[in-house]
Every structure is written in C-alpha cells, then in structure tokens.
Design a protein around this ligand. Sequence first.
Ligand code: FPP
Length: 247
Amino acid sequence: MSTQTLTKLPAILDPTKMPQHIAAIMDGNGRWAKQQGLPRIAGHQQGAKTVKSLLRCCKDWGIANFTVYAFSTENWRRPAAEVDFLMKLFEGLLDSELAKLHEEGVRVRFLGDRSQVPIGLQRMMDKSISTTEHNRAVTFNIAINYGGRHEILQACKSIATLIRAGELDPQSIDESVFTQYLDTTGLPDPDLLIRTSGEQRLSNFLLWQLAYTELYITNTHWPDFSNDEFTQAIADYQQRDRRFGKV
Ligand code: FPP
C-alpha cells in the first residue's frame, strides 16, 4: 500500500454518512486481461493494485473495515497453474506489503478455511495477523478459501460441540451468539457490497453478513475499478434509504 499522499475525501461524499464496512467481489480480472491481450495472471496482478488503492481510500476516508473475496472454496476448480499463481501472489503480496501495512496501522485478518492453503501462505497469514493485531486504522479482511455456507456450517459444528459438552444452552443462541462463531466475529456487517464485472449474484460470499447490505454492481472489471468509481459507489450508497425491514 502506498505511503505517499493522503487521499482527500471527495467533495461529493458526506463525511457523516460514510459506510463502516465495505466488501468487494473482485470479478473480471481474467476478462480484463483478455481484453488487453494478456495472460489471466496479469489481470490478477493488476487487480492487486486496485486493492491497494482502495485500501488507501478506506484508511484516509474513515472506512473502518474493507473485506475482499480473494479466493472462494469453488476457485480450486480453476486450472492448477492459475491456483498456484494466485496462492503465490497472495503470499508474495503479504510478504512484500506487511511492513507498510503495519506502519499504516492496518489490521490484517482472514476469512475462510486456511487448513487447505499451502503452508507457506498459511505462515504468512499467521505472521500478518500477529504483526498487525493491535492496529486499528482500518481492518483489512481477506477471504481465502472462503465459502459462506462452509462458514455457517463450521459455526453450527462449533455450537453443537459446546451444547454436547454442556457448555452452551440452546435457548441462549440468538443472532449475537451465533455471529461469535463466524469468521467475521467482532466485525460489523458490511454496509455496502461492490461486485465488479456485471454478474448479479452473491457467489457464496458472506451469506449471513450480507442480509441487509446495499449492493453496487458495475460492469467495470476489477482491475479498472478506480478510486473515482469507488467514490461513485459510496455516493450511491449514501442516497439509499436503509430501512432494515421498517417502514
Ligand atoms: C476473480 O476474477 C478474481 C479472483 C478469483 C482473484 C482475485 C485476486 C486478486 C484481485 C489479487 C489480489 C488480492 C489481494 C488480496 C491483494 P476472475 O479471474 O474470475 O475474472 P473473470 O471472471 O474475468 O475470469
């Protein structure tokens, strides 16, 4: 992440109505690369630049939480070479950016089942968490081997185990108890979900947490998703009337 100039809050945004948590489904890296006549991996590399730029905006504009869907439980079905490239890209980015992220006060967290990711990446994930755990400028959540259904099932298993051990009363389980067993424990639900590249679906992302989230879907491919369009997405969000089921 860049340590240079502060990204000023754009004048069209209302500082009193900023979202506290933005999540993103970063789609279209492959299509962007194809358009440019480049291999798919070049799209992922360029996509990483978008992530850095938006993380900078989040920090400078007071958006406390930013969550990105980097690799889903379904993405293992991609060609082995692309999976391998992505795992190495994540590991390399964490390795090269960690000191700067820490210096900037970014807390890094991960969502998803890490037991299946390569050991080198697991180690970098652990190091990133422990290095940045006390930072609070912005929390950056990276979903790797993440699936919403898997996360909910894991929570159910943890809860069932506690009930069987006599440590939890089933009657005491409400939404706030349940969310303690999700990977996102302690985070507010996303206010805004951005999905690039036009697809209008959730693709197993944050199924519990997105219940009342506002959606911003754009045809722009992730590598082309600029700070200006990020601003537009937030401006759009600020116009929405969030009723949470009320009239
Ligand atoms: C989806 O586009 C993108 C991914 C599965 C990988 C996302 C990874 C990055 C943006 C790299 C940087 C990540 C971090 C955490 C810094 P796609 O490949 O499905 O595109 P397509 O639908 O056009 O083929």
